[in-house]
Design a protein around this ligand. Sequence first.
Ligand SMILES: Cc1cc2nc3c(=O)[nH]c(=O)nc-3n(C[C@H](O)[C@H](O)[C@H](O)COP(=O)(O)OP(=O)(O)OC[C@H]3O[C@@H](n4cnc5c(N)ncnc54)[C@H](O)[C@@H]3O)c2cc1C
Length: 447
Amino acid sequence: MSQRHIVVIGNGISGTTLARHVRKRSDDTITIISSESDYFYSRPALMYVYMGHMLQENTKPYEDRFWSENRINLRRAHVNRVDTVQKVLHLDDHSTMSYDVLVIASGSHSNPGSWHGSHFEGVQGLVSLQDLSAMESNTQNCSRAVVVGGGLIGVEMVEMLRSRGIHVTYLVREFKFWSSALRSEESDIVERHIIADHGVDLHTQTELKEILGDENGRVRAVLTTKGDEIPCSFVGIAIGVKPNIAFLQESGIETGTGILVNECFETSAKDVYAIGDCAEFRTALSGRTKIEQIWYTGRMQAETLAATLTGTTSVYRPVNFFNSAKLFDIEFQVYSRNVKIPDTCRSVFWMNHHRRCAIRLFYDPQTLRFEGVTLLGVRYRHEVCDRWLREEKDIEYVLCHLSDANFDPEFFRHYENYLVEEYNAKSGKQLQLKKRSWKRIFQGIGK
Ligand SMILES: Cc1cc2nc3c(=O)[nH]c(=O)nc-3n(C[C@H](O)[C@H](O)[C@H](O)COP(=O)(O)OP(=O)(O)OC[C@H]3O[C@@H](n4cnc5c(N)ncnc54)[C@H](O)[C@@H]3O)c2cc1C
């Protein structure tokens, strides 16, 4: 293959993983362009910078010299326009850059919503480094804030503000906190934790109606759909993110909500690919959403495309779903076959209010096939859960071998037997928990 110029728009997890993996297997010239930062950094770590747990410098996974040592050119600029006929990018400093292959990994931006008053000073989302510095200045001398949106970025913003002693009213549209991912009992645990342990003024089933400003154009309060007026000098909007595609308007590249791609990440334009948060599958892959906006799928998509670009045509076939998050002090994990565990699944459930722990094992009531697990305050081994799903183990096998998945020996005696007993009581079976086996745990790893 003759040397090509592969240009990547976006230096996030998707763009940089693509560049690293192409470099491992080819001598192509590689350039990454980003308007946000000089170097790749960990976006999920933004909150820790605000909370003073990390310096911004420490959010960079690689030393600055890594890029030149690996012959990956970095360019700080915004791509204003893509000409897919001439294969040229138009940059905001009026220069141009030509490409042989273009990979768009432009990520997403915060969805601002369309409320009256969204433009007031002190109203913002949180996605980028620029948002982080805006939040830093917008919350100087702030004593009362409102955060809107019951997802992961919303709860992160709440935690950030609480870490500075700011009173936070948290508006969540749903009946229960994060009901798209948690069952009712787990939502209760998290709600109790953020209200009782962290002093958050949580309002579920409440939406933002309007944002009110003062004579200087700064937010002074919000109105809710329940008719309350809540005074505040900061409003965090966390109602989701949208793919960064505005710069593609005149490119002819087909877009929907994101950049439309097939399972090989090909767009409608020749030699142009899209991966990560900005890519939208024309047809959703089985059990998946059309747009995958999480860290590890960005990495997997990039690895798949890098293989194709270096001569091994690869189709994206994500297997099981995994995600993890921190809800204040409670860790959350999910391993499942589908992004959304079907409501038709039955579950075996254990929880410990006091320790803020809960485990729910899902299975198909007809076939007994294990469908996934959600965990609060307990961690399970990725390789073990993933294998159970891949090998289509049934719930009875999983229950008997639960000790293999648990990361934390201190929990052994407390709940695993309880889950087995719970299942036995419901099913009339006599299952017995097996002792943890390291051989089973590491079976298949490294193959
Ligand atoms: C606050 C926060 C916390 C998160 N926490 C988690 C978590 O705990 N776990 C998890 O799985 N996911 C998390 N996510 C989601 C995860 O960070 C994203 O899915 C991931 O970063 C997307 O990576 P990406 O490479 O596709 O895009 P991005 O990381 O968004 O990178 C795209 C880059 O391209 C740049 N760009 C866009 N357009 C242009 C242009 N025209 N010219 C030049 N540059 C351009 C952007 O400025 C950006 O720097 C979090 C997201 C946020 C915002």
